[in-house]
Ligand binder design. Structure first.
Ligand code: GLU
Length: 445
């Protein structure tokens, strides 16, 4: 049976790198097993959900290289939830409650004062028909709770191994609000059942939900998917990520020029037994993920890890992958240029700066006029190759007695206007004789 998985964000903001971890773990699992990756928008909260965020999430997933096989929106599937709620009501598992928020709050405080856990006392289950009618007559509308069975709910977690939750210590969850709208729990379960989801892979903040959801699935007579709860990404300071932590949104990471493979590799590999490193493609990344070996401790990362990983991705990026992108930026120089500069990039965009070093104009810096004058006299005729630099600088050394840094540094400053950069042996043939000569003479070229 081929697996069906889903990534289920609420479109109430831009998704961040932690959400990318969940999305990638799902998508890569589906790909590896020949399954289906569903993007499900949990958008039943009509006030907070926005279409523009949903669209942005689709763009982000495509950028990461994991476009969904199917997109569903909970806001278009309300009939499915109404049907599930009706069945639970018929089974006596969904019951109306009339307490106001203030009443519930007061009871919770009394429980806490008495040293008891603040669990809903199920008072609404004791209401007689007449009492309910009375509340309705007063204009009170009920919210609806799912009656949990008080027992241990266990499952074999794909990440955490054998797991269980005592549902007797939980409050019966509210599934339907007073205004008839659904909270997250029931739509999620109804969709997982209806869409045939086989593996629910999500963050460990959902462990308790899983016990509740298993009971609802059982009540509905649905089959129980496998569950896996991965550790959450946190900043190096241990802070969790939220849709409000804008800097780590996929959108801002993309706009800052990071490579999707760097973001994907970090999002997946941090907090796994595999070292965080560049990978060739998502297939390789998928091969490195073993849910059973994902750590249970929070996966901490430094934002600067992204920069260094990005640089490493670029340093190994093949010409065939760079070619079209260079053309789009109107950067020439062909493969020789790419191989010369890729090791000096931290962002792909940096190529334009290095291309300007080749094409000019460069403001040369003349640090040692005697040296650069001699060097310009000794500049050989073209054609030039990568050996030209070695032969030329050997001649300049001989003529001037300069060597080491005293030889190379003034030449670099004159030829490129910068004090560091790619190998001059590779840059020199690209700069060419004409521009080299002018720069060595101190002319902008
Ligand atoms: N909308 C939920 C969330 O973003 C989905 C959780 C789940 O995967 O079931 O946390």
């Amino acid at each position: 049976m081929s697996p069906i998985v889903r990534f289920a964000p609420s479109p109430t903001g831009f998704i961040h790198i932690g959400n990318a971890r969940t999305a990638l773990l799902n998508a890569l699992f589906a790909r590896r097993e020949g399954g289906t990756f569903i993007l499900r928008f949990d958008d039943t909260d009509l006030e907070r959900s926005r279409r523009e965020y949903a669209d942005a999430i689709e763009v982000d997933l495509r950028w990461l290289g994991i476009p969904p096989d199917r997109v569903v929106r909970q806001s278009e599937r309300l009939a499915t939830y109404d049907e599930a709620a009706r069945r639970l009501r018929d089974l006596g598992r969904l019951y109306p409650c009339y307490e106001t928020a203030e009443e519930l709050d007061r009871r919770r405080r009394i429980q806490l004062v008495r040293g008891r856990p603040p669990v809903y006392d199920r008072a609404a289950l004791e209401l007689s028909g007449a009492e309910r009618a009375q509340f309705e007559a007063e204009g009170r509308r009920p919210h609806w709770r799912f009656r949990l069975e008080d027992r241990r709910v266990g499952w074999d977690d794909l990440v955490r191994g054998p797991s269980h939750v005592e549902t007797g210590s939980l409050s019966d969850p509210v599934l339907v609000r007073q205004d008839g709208s659904y909270l997250y729990t029931l739509p999620s379960v109804a969709d997982d059942a209806d869409l045939g989801v086989t593996h629910v892979i999500r963050g460990e903040d959902h462990v308790t939900n899983t016990a509740v959801q298993i009971q609802i699935l059982e009540a509905l007579g649905a089959s129980i998917p496998a569950f896996g709860h991965h550790n959450l990404l946190t900043t190096a300071g241990g802070e969790g990520l939220s849709k409000r932590s804008g800097a780590l949104s996929l959108r801002s990471l993309r706009e800052s020029g990071l490579e999707p493979m760097a973001v994907a590799a970090l999002a997946v590999l941090v907090g796994s037994p595999e070292p965080v490193r560049p990978v060739a493609d998502l297939a390789e990344l998928g091969g490195l993920v073993d849910l059973a070996h994902v750590s249970r401790a929070p996966a901490q990362f430094l934002e600067s890890d992204l920069d260094s990983l990005n640089a490493r991705v670029l340093h190994g990026l093949a010409w065939t992958e760079a070619e079209e992108r260079l053309r789009a930026l109107e950067v020439g120089g062909g493969e020789a240029f790419w191989l010369a500069v890729r090791g000096n990039l931290t962002r792909f965009m940096d190529v334009t700066g290095w291309w300007q070093v080749i094409e000019g104009p460069v403001e040369p810096v003349i640090e040692d006029a005697a040296l650069t004058a001699a060097a310009s006299d000794l500049l050989p005729e073209e054609p030039w190759s990568q050996e030209t630099w070695r032969d030329w600088t050997a001649a300049v050394r001989e003529a001037t007695g300069r060597k080491g840094r005293a030889l190379f540094h003034p030449l670099r400053l004159a030829l490129t206007g910068r004090d560091h950069g790619p190998e001059l042996a590779q840059l020199l043939p690209l700069i060419g004789r004409d521009r080299s000569l002018r720069r060595l003479r101190g002319e902008a070229a």
